[in-house]
Design a protein around this ligand. Structure first.
Ligand SMILES: Cc1cc2nc3c(=O)[nH]c(=O)nc-3n(C[C@H](O)[C@H](O)[C@H](O)COP(=O)(O)OP(=O)(O)OC[C@H]3O[C@@H](n4cnc5c(N)ncnc54)[C@H](O)[C@@H]3O)c2cc1C
Length: 678
């Protein structure tokens, strides 16, 4: 079993501390019963690991006659459903020494310990096994679990390339491999392909040429910035190749969709029919007059675009067109099928994958892949154990988790899609998981977006340079009392907006009030009519004193709030933020009522990105934290969010849509490389 380094040793503090075992003898031996192995009666014990398991066992003098295992406090998919099976196993074995149920080792161990405690009570022994349980619990908290045993293979399918996961990256991989002449099986546990939203980062290429943005951003500048934002724990080779070549794959991706309308500006008017078929727009284009990313401490690179449409899955029209290209070339989709376990030959080459067909009586299909398997299974946000291990602060701070809520899709069994299946399948065969997973938690602000107006915390203190990107904003909010802050602005805000940065989630354009709103391409977070923000606030007052009263400031907090605004106004007038370093061009004094405040708390996590260590050819490598051998695993490729080493620690929001762009580009590379045996 592999163990990989976590961001810090989560298990030692939390799990062991939470662990306990309670035993309660309920057995009252009947008078005159013969003496045997046990004192007849019913005994109960509870073991606490991830959840809480209670085992109740009834004994005759020499036999266990009844077992009830209550797993109702365990998690769905992690032991909750297996109570009956555990009970049967204990009864059949007449012992607590039963085989663990695959995939639920933590619950298995809790059941064993509780059953042992029942037996000990029935034998009249002292129940003193807590230290053993604690030791095992550290092991049980392991996110990886055991590779499942497959009972029997019901069918075998031979192809060249198997792609597991029909999200954005998997669809691109399937099409690219099919174009190389490979026979392709695309396995997906949901009922359909999967995608959302539509922003893309792309440098240079014909589209940027068309928009007048060719060479507007230097690729090395971007790559260096991305490396810095990920604290140099990611791989430059992956980002450099993407920065130089992504436009080729993105042109290829768009070419699948001849009906698309390409707009020349962000909010170019289109007809409803065009919008229904799908459009592509350059983002923040033309740029706001005052925005020069080269002068920004935290630049947002002005080379992003967005697919838009009337579809709920927004970019679904272009992803579907790419899937259709793959199908036209003979690729076959297997929906409702769960990639479960990778197969290897004696030399360690990955030769296929075993799949559970959930819609056909859970039959197991063995897919033999002559050229290789591509994992495109997405991220890990929907798996509580992987999250607890690799991004514990997200779990502990109870950051809203979109993956866990099913916002990245649900499989045919009703569970969230991003459960780290590819990470586990890879790790089970010895692939190295990357360190320092990167949660995508970029704040989007409230009604006024992340626009850098003054912010005060609940103590009435200013605490940051407000002009930083959403991901960094989130970090700062998390440091504040109750993780709550107030964004405060005054009635002059419409005059200030054109000076604000063209970043992700902030306002920087004011639209004329008489503009025709029937254009379906009207909505864009950076643009607003003044009237559209008439109710965008949580609090409004004619004076600052009244506003502060509404915010609940009293005593020292009230004094602080008054002093903070006074100081801020002074810094604005001096034209230099000596306290937090905000650019003077975004320092506007709060002087003209009415005054407004928007409440901020922590944001939502969209995905949590951390995959199998990889390179610019989508290979994976062997190794563990203790023994990082890093030999290429032949026959195994990764793309999308299961491709590790692209980001680390932080998701870099300096380039809008970088996630989609890397998914398409490395999906394309993985498909080609796997089919060509690179
Ligand atoms: C609301 C929201 C908005 C976003 N907006 C943007 C944006 O504008 N720009 C941007 O760049 N990024 C954005 N992102 C992030 C981006 O969408 C994802 O990072 C990216 O699409 C992931 O693509 P993927 O192919 O790696 O994975 P996914 O799209 O998650 O696809 C993985 C697929 O694999 C399947 N799968 C998993 N395990 C198995 C298995 N064992 N067997 C079979 N199938 C399996 C899943 O069911 C899923 O369909 C957004 C995310 C969210 C949640």
């Amino acid at each position: 079993m592999n163990r990989n380094i976590n961001r810090r040793d989560f298990l030692k503090g939390t799990a062991a501390g939470a662990l306990g075992l309670a035993a309660a003898g309920m057995g009252v031996p009947a008078l005159g019963q013969e003496k045997g192995l046990y004192t007849p009666g019913t005994y109960s014990a509870t073991a606490t690991g991830m959840g809480e398991v209670t085992v109740t066992m009834t004994f005759s003098a020499n036999e266990i006659t009844d077992v009830v295992v209550d797993t109702s406090k365990e998690t769905t998919g992690y032991g909750l459903e297996q109570g009956g099976e555990f009970a049967q196993r204990i009864l059949a074995a007449q012992s607590a020494d039963i085989d663990a149920i695959s995939g639920v080792s933590l619950t298995s161990n809790s059941v064993t310990e509780a059953a042992k405690a029942c037996i000990a009570q029935a034998k009249g022994e002292t129940v003193d096994i807590a230290p053993v349980v604690q030791e095992q619990a550290q092991d049980q908290m392991d996110w990886l679990g055991e590779e499942p045993d497959i009972p029997a293979i019901d069918e075998t399918v031979d192809v060249d390339v198997v792609v597991v996961g029909a999200g954005l990256s998997g669809v691109c991989a399937a099409r690219a491999a099919a174009e190389e002449g490979a026979s392709v099986a695309l396995i997906e546990k949901g009922a359909s392909f999967n995608c959302r939203s539509g922003e893309y980062a792309v440098l240079n290429g014909p589209l940027n040429q068309r928009w007048g943005r060719e060479g507007i951003v230097d690729t090395d500048l971007v790559v260096n910035r991305l490396m810095r934002e990920c604290t140099y724990r990611n791989k430059r080779s992956i980002l450099k190749k993407w920065a130089d070549h992504a436009w080729e794959a993105i042109d290829w991706f768009i070419a699948a969709c001849p009906d698309i309308t390409i707009c020349d500006s962000t909010r170019q008017a289109v007809t409803q029919e065009q919008f229904d078929k799908g459009i592509l727009v350059p983002l923040s284009w033309p740029l706001p007059e005052h925005y020069d990313y080269t002068k920004e401490e935290f630049p947002t690179f002005p080379s992003s675009m967005e697919f838009r449409s009337s579809r709920k899955d927004q970019q679904g029209f272009v992803v579907e067109a790419n899937l259709n290209k793959a199908l036209e070339l003979g690729a076959k989709t297997y929906f409702g099928c769960f990639g479960t376990k990778l197969l290897q030959d004696e030399q360690g080459r990955v030769t296929g994958v075993i799949v559970r067909d959930a819609q056909n009586a859970n039959r197991y299909i063995q897919f033999n892949a002559a050229k290789g398997v591509i994992l495109a299974t997405g991220d890990n946000s929907g798996d509580p154990r992987i999250m607890a291990h690799f991004a514990p602060e997200i779990v502990e701070k109870k950051i809203t988790n979109m993956g866990a809520m099913g916002m990245l899709g649900v499989d045919v069994e009703g569970n969230p899609c991003p459960t780290g299946d590819g990470l586990r399948m890879g790790a089970w065969i010895g692939a190295k998981v990357q360190d320092f997973h990167a949660p995508m938690t970029h704040h989007m602000g409230g009604g006024m977006g992340v626009t850098p107006f003054l912010q005060l915390n609940k103590h009435g203190e200013r605490f940051m340079n407000e002009c930083i990107p959403g991901q960094q904003l989130e970090n700062q909010i998390e440091l504040q009392p109750d993780q709550t802050t107030y964004q405060i602005y005054d009635s002059k805000w419409p005059e200030q907006i054109p000076y604000m940065p063209a970043n992700h989630g902030g306002l920087c354009y004011i639209i004329p009030e008489d503009e025709d709103e029937s254009n379906p391409n009207f909505t864009d977070r950076q643009y607003t009519k003044v009237s559209a923000k008439a109710n965008a606030y949580n609090f409004k007052a004619d004076t600052l004193d009244e506003l502060f009263a509404q915010l609940g400031y009293t005593g020292q907090a009230l004094e602080n709030a008054k002093a903070s605004v006074e100081r801020y106004n002074q810094l604005c007038r001096e034209g230099y933020d000596a306290d937090f370093g905000k650019d003077a061009s975004r320092m506007f004094p709060l002087e003209n009522g009415p005054f407004y405040a928007c409440t901020w708390s922590t944001t939502s996590m969209l995905v949590c990105v951390g995959g199998l260590e990889s390179d610019e050819n989508c290979h994976t490598f062997t190794g563990t934290a203790e023994n990082p051998t890093r030999d290429i695993i032949p026959g195994l490729y990764v793309c999308g969010n299961v491709q590790g080493s692209r980001y680390a620690v932080e998701y870099p929001i300096c380039f809008r849509g970088i996630s989609h762009s890397l998914c398409v580009y490395y999906g394309y590379v993985a498909g080609k490389n796997c089919a060509q045996g690179v």
